[in-house]
Write a protein that binds this ligand. Structure first.
Ligand code: HEM
Length: 398
């Protein structure tokens, strides 16, 4: 497609129109982070796909957009837009509303509270590694990267691990299916969580839902339907993200043995490796909606326009990151965008890091040498949360 054939809204100059698609273009998704580099020449451009959206390419502009909810609203936040759907709490709220609901959630995810989960997360990781180690070949996604965060999550909801497969299925459908299938999963999980929240309201326990039910906003306890919505968001935000992070990290390490060997030789490098791999492959991106006609990054944007905030691009911006295209596990002051920026910056980041650190520690302790088991093209789910669909890896059994 040549640029002159593309059509966009009247306020978008023709020279900024691009046939860019981060949601379904499999060529792009082969190497989304590398392919995005080709767009750095533009400060901003406009994709004609999925209803049209602006793409900011500079970390400074992306940060400013994150920090300006009066210009870039979190609602509606989806891309393509979920117009008409009720806002997800607190993800699709703007301050001052956002601040109150975010606060109700944040103490559960503080560094101190997350640290208390260390032994439990480690036990789950050790169990999974012990299960797969004798096999010598697995699909890393299905056999490790999905079950680990799912089990951590079930534990925090006080659910039996046997419910895991049902959660995995729902999660896959919600994130990657469309239409009727998705509507059905939405209904099912809504009903499941509504029931669970009712149970916890009657019989509180030591778990996330009971804790949310004990929180107040504006001096009133959170209503049950609000807690259902918040738990739903935790489910959407806290499972597949960790799966994606573990899989992108392992794919990198399987292809780059010199980096894998560093971690095996010195496990003390793992926390730095977690940060650096999140920076190098910031797979979770977000979208905002323009609140009124305005000028930004040198272009005229109209009320209602969608803006894609690409953490993938921001984390590798050479204007902010030295040797941004090089992976360095010892990188100092690694201020990446993998968890976003501004008021909505990931509330679960400490838990995500804990899961990743422990997974990499326990995996490499037991399975220090492994490699990709097929040379096929990777298939990657597109959209705001990019994720590798399958990753066959193998190792020599002891
Ligand atoms: C490596 C794993 C993860 C990544 C890369 C990630 C990334 C992100 C990003 C980029 C945002 C900002 C969204 C926006 O600005 O619109 C976000 C928000 C959020 N994340 Fe995470 N996340 C991860 C893991 C988790 C986990 C484990 C949880 C909880 C169990 C979680 C819960 C949330 C919630 C509730 C929000 C919304 C916060 C708000 O609106 O104030 N995330 N995450």
């Amino acid at each position: 497609v040549t640029i002159t054939e593309l059509a966009g809204p009247a306020h978008v100059p023709a020279e900024l129109l691009r046939d860019f698609d981060h949601i379904s273009d499999q060529d792009f998704l082969q190497d989304p982070f590398g392919n995005l580099e080709a767009h750095r020449g533009d400060r901003v451009f406009y994709s004609v796909n999925w209803g049209g959206y602006w793409v900011l390419t500079r970390a400074a502009d992306i940060r400013e957009a994150y920090q300006s909810p009066d210009r870039f609203s979190a609602y509606p936040g989806g891309l393509p837009a979920r117009e008409g759907a009720p806002p997800m709490i607190p993800e699709e709220m703007d301050p001052p509303e956002h601040t109150k609901y975010r606060q109700a959630m944040s103490s559960m995810f503080s560094p101190r509270r997350v640290a208390t989960l260390t032994d439990e997360v480690r036990a789950l990781a050790v169990q999974l590694v012990d299960d797969v180690a004798p096999r010598g070949r697995i699909d890393f996604v299905e056999d490790f990267a999905v079950p680990l965060p799912t089990r951590v999550f079930m534990r925090q909801l006080g659910l039996p691990l046997e419910d895991g497969p049902r959660f995995v299925e729902w999660n896959n459908v919600l994130l990657h299916a469309l239409g009727e299938e998705k509507a059905r999963a939405n209904r099912e999980i809504g009903e499941f969580l509504t029931d669970l929240v009712r149970q916890r309201a009657e019989d509180p326990r030591e778990d996330w839902i009971s804790e949310l039910l004990s929180q107040e906003v504006d001096g009133k306890p959170l209503e049950q339907h609000v807690v259902v919505g918040m738990t739903f968001l935790l489910f959407l935000a806290g499972l597949e993200t960790v799966t994606a992070a573990l899989t992108f990290a392992t794919n990198f390490l399987a292809r780059n043995p010199e980096y894998r060997e560093q971690l095996v030789a010195d496990p003390g490098l793992i926390p730095g490796a977690v940060e650096e791999l999140l920076r190098f492959q910031s797979f979770a991106n977000t979208a905002r909606t323009v609140t009124h006609d305005l000028e930004f990054a040198g272009v005229q944007m109209a009320k209602g326009d969608k803006v894609w905030l690409s953490n993938s691009l921001a984390s590798r911006d050479p204007a902010e990151v030295e040797d941004s295209g090089t992976v360095d596990f010892g990188r100092k002051a690694n201020r990446h965008f993998a968890f976003g920026a501004g008021a909505h910056r990931c509330v679960g980041s400490h838990l995500a890091r804990l899961e990743m650190k422990i997974a990499l520690e326990e995996w490499h302790r037991r399975i220090p040498e492994y490699r990709r088991a097929d040379a096929d093209r990777l298939r990657v789910w597109g959209g705001n949360n990019m994720a590798i669909q399958h990753l066959a890896i193998e190792w020599d059994r002891a």
